[in-house]
Design a protein around this ligand. Structure first.
Ligand code: ADP
Ligand code: MG
Length: 696
């Protein structure tokens, strides 16, 4: 496809467009803003806005929107047209620097966790010039941050940008100690691999659970699941292939580096991996990807399910967050170097990550906590809820040698002195094969695998960036004023390994033995969202975010409230949907079938004294008992939901909803048993077979 080059980024106001459309001076200032975060003055903003508008109109745009990422986890937009009346009763197309830089949005309908007091409903959107504007659906999209009137972040982008600033600042201090005078900026990079399911739209439309909750709340297993391993990397069906081609094209137009598409482990499951880029752009692109997955699917008569666990019994969907640090001079700081110098620097950054992950395990777990991801973590497919780091055998051996002051290479019988010896090179491939670790070093980056498929990548990167920034800060404080820093550095690395090696684990993360061992190492095992969330406001965490200027304490309280609340809301919707399905359709359908069984048993008996009605009477009895029990459970659940309304505090409420989630599992088991006993024509919903194998 040689048109790829032509369409790639064709709808993006990117560097090449800026170079062409902006006056030289303005272009230079813009570059400085994008690379080094320098502020733009009003005049420059006006010039940029005008050029943007002309370019957008040329491409058919009539509207613009400040595009932002409130704490709902998805994106929000409000469209304004470019029109402005002129003196002759006609219109001209206008777009000012002011409109580009700042927008006003009613914040009252977005979650703010109490930050936005009701009398001050205004919120502001502020242009993020580091993420390119683009055109979608005849509208110029301007990536923005979203703040309250008082300047508090009520979105996902603001704290992410702050966390990138924090790590930039501290990494630069470290790089300076190592003499890297030419580096002026350090950016975090991310490549998020996105998993998803595709189901047929017509089938989807018959399942209220999929419509309202994104997952199946009931459904007996299909005769076949993923046990044959015949879907992973399998041949892609023509209908899916057509969808993927379309999707790639749409993503490419928007400058998203969609690279790899393949079938995943579960039937109907697929994955898309982009090439990594700067984290805030990766976040914007991942949001666009999730959005386009759904709109492009609809064009193909499909529905894309981004839920972490749409189907019981087969794998759920994750989003692997591949994370690294790179300098503006193009150096990946997690690429082991060639010289003793580079090696020492690499090991220090490595130690910062090890220490950060150990000290802030709770935050990493919280960053992936949601009602939907709870179905995945700890099941036999995703990493466990216990956070640990995989570094591979070779790097482990090196860390061991440093920690214990023993020779690494037994042939040479020489101790490995940081800053003196060249660290042995290790082959990248050998580090890549552990697929069960939540946080794996894969040769020149870390792959955080706990993130769920529907989540924004913001939270986990905010946590990683801030925690690593904090450790780099502590290291820099120790090293900065040392004249002869090599022995100090050696000690620092050795002490860090000694104190934090409990977080390192190279074995099988799915193994029950590991969970026991992790416990004896004192690692956290926060199994569910409420259990994780209670740690968010722990003093050390509040301190971390305040010290690094990522969240104020007020912002943290707000976020805590929102996280508890959204967990409760999700389970409440699920419970109501389930009750509706069970009471409104499942039980009535089963009763109809029971009547059919009774009628036919009676008429058969009447017809012939030889008729054997064992089948009718046994199935009837089983269904009768199951129905009664299910009905009873629905009453219990309704009562529990009523009681929850009286609980005032968010945390208490969340734990009560956790019980509801467990009760739903019990009810589901009964319903699924009834499904296997009921004649197919009576069952009110499409089966797992139809859902998972229906796209041909
Ligand atoms: P796999 O995990 O299947 O071995 P790769 O290692 O090629 O695949 O990459 C997986 C993802 O990691 C891709 O999205 C890729 O762009 C991303 N990635 C590669 N290098 C980096 C980096 N330095 N920083 C962030 N992400 C990266
Ligand atoms: Mg991967």
């Amino acid at each position: 496809m040689n048109k790829v080059k032509e369409i790639f980024g064709s709808m993006v106001f990117d560097n090449s467009v800026m170079k062409e459309k902006l006056p030289k001076e303005t272009y230079k200032i813009m570059q400085n803003t994008i690379q080094n975060g320098k502020r733009l003055d009003a005049e420059v903003a006006n010039v940029v806005a005008n050029a943007m508008k002309d370019w957008a109109i040329e491409k058919g745009a009539t509207h613009f929107t400040h595009w932002f990422q409130p704490m709902t986890g998805i994106t929000a937009e409000k469209h304004d047209s470019f029109i402005s009346p002129d003196a002759d009763g006609k219109v001209i197309m206008e777009f000012s620097g002011k409109e580009l830089v700042k927008g006003e949005a009613d914040a009252s309908s977005f979650p703010s966790g109490g930050i936005r007091s009701t009398f001050e409903a205004r919120g502001y959107t502020a242009w993020d010039p580091t993420s390119y504007a683009f055109i979608k659906d005849n509208t110029l999209y301007i990536p923005t941050a979203f703040c309250s009137y008082g300047g508090e972040a009520i979105d996902k982008k603001t704290p992410l940008l702050r966390s990138m600033e924090a790590i930039n600042k501290q990494a630069l201090r470290i790089l300076k100690i190592f003499g890297n005078e030419d580096v002026t900026a350090v950016k975090t990079t991310v490549g998020p691999e996105q998993e998803y399911f595709l189901v047929d739209k017509e089938t989807f439309d018959k399942r209220p659970d999929l419509i309202f909750t994104g997952r199946t709340l009931i459904g007996a297993k299909a005769p076949k699941g993923q046990e044959l391993d015949d879907h992973y990397y399998g041949t892609i069906k023509p209908r899916i292939k057509a969808f993927m081609n379309d999707l790639d094209e749409e993503l490419w137009k928007l400058g998203v580096l969609a690279k790899t598409e393949h079938n995943e482990a579960a039937p109907a499951q697929h994955e898309l991996a982009p090439i990594f880029t700067t984290t805030n752009i990766a976040m914007d692109h991942n949001q666009l990807t999730m959005n386009l997955l759904q709109t492009v699917a609809a064009k193909h008569g499909l529905v894309c399910l981004l839920h972490e666990k749409p189907f019981a019994g087969v794998n759920g969907s994750g989003k692997h967050n591949n994370w690294s640090l790179s300098t503006n001079t193009g150096v990946n700081l997690f690429e082991p170097g060639e010289t003793p110098y580079e090696n020492a620097q690499f090991l220090l950054f490595m130690c910062a990550v090890i220490k950060a992950v150990d000290e802030y395990q709770d935050l990493l777990r919280i960053s992936v906590a949601s009602a939907s991801n709870d179905h995945r973590l700890g099941a036999n497919e995703a990493p466990p809820a216990v956070v640990s780091i995989f570094v591979g055998e070779e790097l482990s051996a090196i860390l061991d040698a440093i920690e214990t002051d023993t020779p690494y290479d037994t042939k040479e019988k020489e101790l490995l002195r940081i800053g003196v010896h060249v660290m042995p090179r290790f082959a990248r491939d050998t580090t890549d094969r552990n697929r069960t670790s939540p946080f794996a070093f894969t040769g020149n980056k870390f792959e955080f695998r706990m993130l769920g498929s529907s989540a924004s990548i913001a939270e986990c990167n905010i946590m990683i960036n801030t925690a690593v920034a904090e450790e780099l800060k502590k290291f820099a404080d120790v090293l900065e004023n040392e004249k002869d820093y090599e022995p100090v550095l050696h000690d620092l690395i050795r002490t860090t390994i000694r104190e934090h090696k409990r977080i390192l684990f190279n074995g099988n993360g799915y193994d029950d033995e590991w969970i026991k061992e992790a416990q004896s190492r004192g690692l956290l095992n926060l199994k569910t969202t409420p259990e994780a969330l209670v740690h968010f406001l722990d003093e050390k965490n509040v301190q971390l975010f305040a010290d690094n200027k990522v969240f104020s304490e007020a912002e943290m309280h707000a976020r805590s409230e929102i996280m508890f609340e959204s967990y409760c809301k999700v389970i409440n919707i699920e419970a109501l949907t389930m009750l509706d399905m069970v009471k409104g359709s499942v039980i009535p359908a089963v009763r109809k079938y029971m009547k059919e069984l009774a009628d036919s048993a009676m008429s058969m008996a009447k017809f012939s004294p030889l008729a054997d009605t064992t089948y009718e009477s046994e199935v009837f009895a089983k269904l009768s008992a199951a129905c009664a029990k299910a009905y009873d459970m629905t009453k219990g659940m309704e009562k529990a939901l009523e009681n929850i309304k009286t609980i005032k505090d968010g945390c208490g409420k969340a734990f009560a909803y956790k019980d509801i989630a467990e009760a739903m599992l019990g009810l589901r088991a009964l319903v699924d048993e009834m499904e296997t006993l009921t004649a197919k024509e009576y069952w009110p919903y499409p089966s797992y077979s139809e859902l998972l194998f229906g796209v041909r």
